[in-house]
Design a protein around this ligand. Structure first.
Ligand SMILES: [Zn+2]
Length: 270
C-alpha cells in the first residue's frame, strides 16, 4: 500500500487549499472543497474495507451511494492544510443512500466534513447528471465577486453579461454564464438544494453577500473558473463608478464565440 500523503489527488488538494488561501479567498475557516475520487485510485493507498468511524450526513443522495470523496473539514483553516493534511481533510465513502459518511482516512482530531457538505454533495449529483466527468465542487469568498453582489443587479443574465464585458477571456471560459442565488442561510439542506438546481445549468453559482460555488472536472479547471470570474468582478469594481467610454459589445462577444468555438447561453447575447 502506498503512502496516501504522496497521492496526486491529495497533494493537488493541499496545494489548491494553500493557493486559495494565498488569494485571500478563504479567510479563517472560510471555504470548502470536495473531490470525487475513483475507487481504483483510493485502493492504491487505503484498505477500503477499513472504516474508521461513521457520521450521519443529514441528507439523502442515492445517486452518490458508494462514491468516495476527499473533503475539507468543518471549522478547519485552509492556511493550515499543508501543515497537517490528515487533521484538516478527510476521505469518506457515502453509504445508506448518502445518509451516512464512512470515514476511511483523515479528520484525525475527531473532526468531520465541512458544514456545507449538503451543498457539496447535492451539487456533485447535479453536475454528474449533466457532466459524468465532473469531479470537483469548490466554495470560497473572493472579494470582488462578493462586493459585486452588493452593487450589481442579481439578475443572472445581467450579472453574466457584465462579467463577460469585463475581460475578453470570460465568455470563452464560462460561456454558460454564472447563476446567482439571493442571500440564504448557509449550511442548510435548503441552500444545498437551491445550489444544486442552479448547478444543472452553470458551473458557477454566486451566493449573494457570501461567496461562490464552482464545479469542474479537476481542481485546475474549477480554480480557473473562479479565478476568471473574480478577475472580471475586480475590474467591474474598479470601473463601475467611473464614466465608461467603451465596453465589449455583443458583436465582439459573437466574434469570440466563433473564434473559440463556444456557444453563449441562449438569450444572453442580442
Ligand atoms: Zn462560505
Amino acid at each position: 500500500m502506498k503512502d496516501i500523503l504522496t497521492a496526486p489527488f491529495l497533494t493537488e488538494l493541499v496545494r489548491t487549499c494553500a493557493n486559495m488561501y494565498a488569494h485571500g479567498w478563504d479567510e479563517r475557516n472560510g471555504g470548502n472543497i470536495s473531490v470525487l475520487l475513483d475507487k481504483k485510485d483510493v485502493k492504491k493507498y487505503l484498505d477500503v474495507k477499513k472504516v474508521l468511524r461513521t457520521m450521519p450526513t443529514g441528507f439523502s443522495a442515492p445517486a452518490l451511494d458508494g462514491r468516495y470523496f476527499l473533503v475539507t473539514g468543518t471549522g478547519k483553516y485552509f492556511k493550515n492544510v499543508p501543515y497537517d493534511p490528515a487533521a484538516n481533510l478527510g476521505l469518506v465513502r457515502l453509504a445508506d443512500g448518502g445518509e451516512t459518511a464512512e470515514l476511511l482516512w483523515g479528520f484525525t482530531d475527531g473532526g468531520r466534513f465541512t458544514s456545507e457538505f449538503p451543498a457539496h454533495m447535492m451539487s456533485h449529483a447535479a453536475r454528474l447528471s449533466v457532466d459524468p466527468d465532473n469531479r470537483v465542487v469548490m466554495h470560497c469568498h473572493p472579494d470582488s465577486l462578493l462586493a459585486m453582489t452588493y452593487v450589481h443587479d442579481l439578475d443572472e443574465r445581467a450579472f453574466t453579461r457584465t462579467l463577460w464585458q469585463m475581460e475578453t477571456e470570460c465568455i470563452v471560459v464560462f460561456p454558460e454564464g454564472v447563476n446567482v442565488l439571493p442571500w440564504m442561510l448557509c449550511g442548510t439542506n435548503e441552500i444545498g438544494e437551491a445550489t444544486a438546481e442552479k448547478m444543472k445549468t452553470a458551473r458557477l453559482v454566486i451566493w449573494a453577500q457570501h461567496g461562490i460555488y464552482g464545479a469542474g472536472r479537476d481542481l485546475d479547471e474549477t480554480f480557473g473558473l473562479i479565478e476568471t470570474a473574480e478577475k472580471a468582478a475586480g475590474i467591474y469594481m474598479k470601473i463601475a463608478h467611473l464614466p465608461w467610454k467603451q465596453t465589449l459589445t455583443d458583436a465582439d462577444l459573437h466574434l469570440l464565440e466563433e473564434r473559440f468555438g463556444v456557444k453563449a447561453r441562449d438569450g444572453y447575447l442580442s
